[in-house]
Ligand binder design. Sequence first.
Ligand code: HAM
Length: 435
Amino acid sequence: MQAPKGTEDLFGEGARAWDAMQQTAREVFGRYGYEMAETPTFEMREVFERGIGEATDVVSKEMFRALSGDAFEKVAAGTPLKSAQDLALRPEGTAGIVRCAVQNGLVTPDGPVAKLMYAGPMFRGERPQKGRLRQFHQIGAECLGAAEPTADAEMIVMLIEFFEAMGIPRDAMRLLINSMGDDACRPAYRETVRAYIHEHSDELCEECNRRADINPLRAFDCKNDRCAEVMEGAPKISDALCDDCREHYEAVKRYLDLVGIGYVEDPRLVRGLDYYTRTVFEVQATDALGLGAQNALGGGGRYDKLVEVMGGRPAPGIGFALGFERTRIALEAIGALSGAARPLDAFVATVDPSCDDAGFAIVQALRAAGLAADIDHQGRSLKSQFKQANNRGARVAVVVGPDELAAGTCTVRDMQTHDERTVPIADVATAIVSE
Ligand code: HAM
């Protein structure tokens, strides 16, 4: 049996890397006031359609639907599904978090800011390649109820701080920022881009032409070199922002300058999800980090309409998500992935089967005292038990033999120096802790 294409088993070093990343995020984001939230890995399909946008690739092409057996039979028979049965695996975390915040009253127009973080698997039916999976893992943060540009700057600084805390040097990352405008200025801008695409229709690919009517800004993201060249000449959002959006964007940049976070303004950064308003940003890895085309380590932006779209009373929001798999590749490339398993404090070795009961009691006493301790479960020889102790990085071996047992003692052997001392069994945990 094989795991499905585009998925990855996580164990050993990979599982430790996922754990370390979550710990670092909890530590860094925790200092900014974020608390963990956990939402379902599947939601009503409507949550994603409304939240992320029906016209996005993520929803229209890549979403995995999740149907129970009877719902599947209905679909096969052409019977329409109730929306409560029409489920999909989450392609990202924001829509679910906002759904959760609205449903549970975590965000109200006059209430305090809600700062939520999450970590878990996301699902997109994309063509798998390096750094692009069908099940991947994100760590994200969402700040709901904060309209001020300080919130945008804080979000961006926190993301950079996370990558630095993981060991990625600042000069190996590129921070791109842009403003996508809002309801006041984007509709008119979108029309100018649509008109531009129509004017250049014979120079652009079929997909860009098709998108012109539904989602013209996506043409900025087209991977086709010729399209990228043509779109270089398209009208820029930076020239089309209304006064409020321009002021907000200027303030975000000022706050970033204030704390010395360098950025590149990219008027073509549009991102692939429809909920964004105003500030968007992305952290890309430079070539040194070996990610190739999939070089976005993380990204996000403001979504001031999403709470309302999800049925809540209007409240602004901003957030980001970062990709575990890409960050792991980057850390491996620069040798910053600390992958060792936790070494043992003690390995309990028994000389013969008559000592098994005592050995079992001792290893449990050591664990109860907070030590990382293990014992052989395969009936192996004493020599092989010492080998296991060595391989597991044990600081000491506790040797239990029949003669010592009769005297109520055992031997504690330092695995480095091979020094041995006899210790009463009742005191062995204290003796190892105080060493
Ligand atoms: P996104 O840019 O679609 O944003 O994804 C964020 C990160 O997830 C990417 O930068 C990348 O590292 C990782 N990622 C995305 N797709 C894949 C994939 N197929 N395989 C591996 N890694 C992937 C969002 O998802 C938004 N929800 C971010 C956000 C939060 N905006 C506001 N709040």
